[in-house]
Design a protein around this ligand. Structure first.
Ligand code: GLU
Length: 430
């Protein structure tokens, strides 16, 4: 019997299994080289670390941390650090794979990586989070660096965590190294527009999708006459909801982990954001009905933005979805099975690696601005972001026409085509 070369180490999470299924489907659709596909199914390198933290009460807790580099073919590893109770090696590996695909698709000279710590950050004080972030940075220090692998924020982390990572790395090197992370606060070399970039990008591609559907003659949409729902009201979802609101789209429902709010006449999103900032929850927001996340998914709207976490649209609820356009703000919110079903029903899905690429695109701008020590205005950042996203969207739409496939498969094909050219040119070492 042939010896199985894979132990299954990477592949325990549904997110990873879906990512491999999607890759295989894209490979089959475009007749891609199995040599390239096989290489892309597992990460290049991973580190698992224990992160002991002295808690405020004097006790010591030990957390599990990871950093995974999926590919560095196109440049340094790139991808966020997630603090979440579901983090594990397989999930982080899948997210690193998505980063490789994302960076390649939008044409950045960057590879794909991801990191994370398994914990619920809301249970830790600021001092505990600082200690955790610093010790984690020290444990993975041999893996990261401006030319090696550049972390950024993800779920549960923000500019403050990046500032602590940058400071810890700089202390170890003996001089300031701002390029070791992106998503930093402006004061230490961050880019204007970085915090809003992912949510903005999610809406840019919705506008492109509407234009595409018009060009194809399949629908005559106008964002001003459309309705939307947003699942996840954090760094991505709240900005996306606001960008939709600014454009005159009626956002009828938004939700977070604990549930959501609904108003048929449309929510005043800036007001909801103020309420959220003050109360740290959507619960109790006046002028709206309380709804569950499942009720939100089933609402009859034109646009749905799942911007919370992976695996929220599955075979269990895919038949309830009534939206016509879905822009994936989160990484992997729709399982492969649900994606194929929804596409067979005529739903346009703008895939995560395209829809939420705004974050890493502006991370790349931050890295470039830092290298040049020359910083751009927010207007310049947004214009350049819109340009890069438009190019990636058009390339994906062309691939979708060429292979008669959905946008998700088309995005993967476009991404792997670029990657495989680079892989073949560089050759296999040794
Ligand atoms: N965490 C974000 C993502 O999933 C941003 C990564 C980055 O900027 O490197 O795309």
């Amino acid at each position: 019997m042939a010896h199985d070369l894979r132990s299954g180490l990477w592949s325990t999470s549904p997110l990873y299994q879906n990512a491999v299924m999607d890759l295989d489907f894209a490979g089959k659709t475009a007749g891609m080289s199995p040599n390239v596909l096989e290489r892309l199914k597992t990460p290049k390198k991973a580190m698992c670390v224990s992160v002991p933290v002295r808690m405020d009460d004097g006790s010591v807790k030990v957390f599990e941390g990871y950093r995974v580099q999926h590919s560095t073919t196109l440049g340094p590893g790139k991808g966020g650090i997630r603090f979440h109770p579901e983090v594990n090696l397989s999930e982080v590996s899948a997210l690193a794979m998505l980063m490789t695909m994302k960076c390649s698709l939008v044409g950045l000279p960057l590879g794909g990586a991801k990191g994370g710590i398994r914990l619920d950050p809301s249970q830790l004080s600021r001092a505990e989070q600082q200690a955790l972030t610093r010790r984690y940075t020290m444990e993975i220090i041999s893996m990261i660096g401006p030319e090696q692998d550049v972390p950024a924020p993800d779920i549960g982390t923000d500019g403050q965590h990046m500032a602590w990572m940058m400071d810890t790395y700089s202390m170890a090197k003996g001089h300031a190294v701002p390029g070791v992370v992106t998503g930093k606060p402006i004061e230490i070399g961050g880019s204007l527009g970085r915090p809003e970039s992912t949510g903005r990008g999610v809406v840019y591609v919705i506008e492109h999708a509407i234009d595409l559907l018009k060009r194809r003659g399949t629908a005559q949409y106008d964002l001003k006459k459309m309705t939307a729902t947003v699942n996840g009201f954090g760094k991505v979802g709240a900005v996306a909801a606001n960008e939709l609101f600014i454009r005159g789209c009626k956002v009828v429902a938004v939700s977070d982990f604990y549930g959501g709010i609904y108003n048929k006449a449309g929510l005043n999103i800036p007001d909801v954001i103020n309420y959220m900032n003050k109360n740290r929850t959507l619960k109790g927001y006046p002028n709206a009905e309380a709804i569950s996340n499942e009720q939100l998914f089933a609402l009859e709207v034109d646009i749905l933005v799942p911007a919370a976490i992976d695996g929220v649209i599955t075979k269990d609820n895919m038949k309830n979805i009534r939206a016509k356009i879905i822009s994936e703000g989160a990484n992997g919110p729709i399982t492969s099975e649900a994606q194929h079903y929804l596409e067979s029903q005529g739903v346009t899905i703008i895939p995560d690696i395209l829809a939420n690429a705004g974050g890493v695109i502006v991370s790349y701008f931050e890295w470039v601005q830092g290298l040049q020590q020359f910083f751009w205005s927010e207007k310049e950042v947004n214009e350049k972001l819109a340009e890069v996203m438009a190019r990636a969207f058009n390339r994906t739409a062309e691939t979708s026409d060429r292979y008669k496939c959905g946008m998700k498969t088309a995005a993967l094909i476009t991404s792997v085509e670029r990657l495989s050219q680079a892989m073949l040119l560089r050759g296999l070492f040794p």
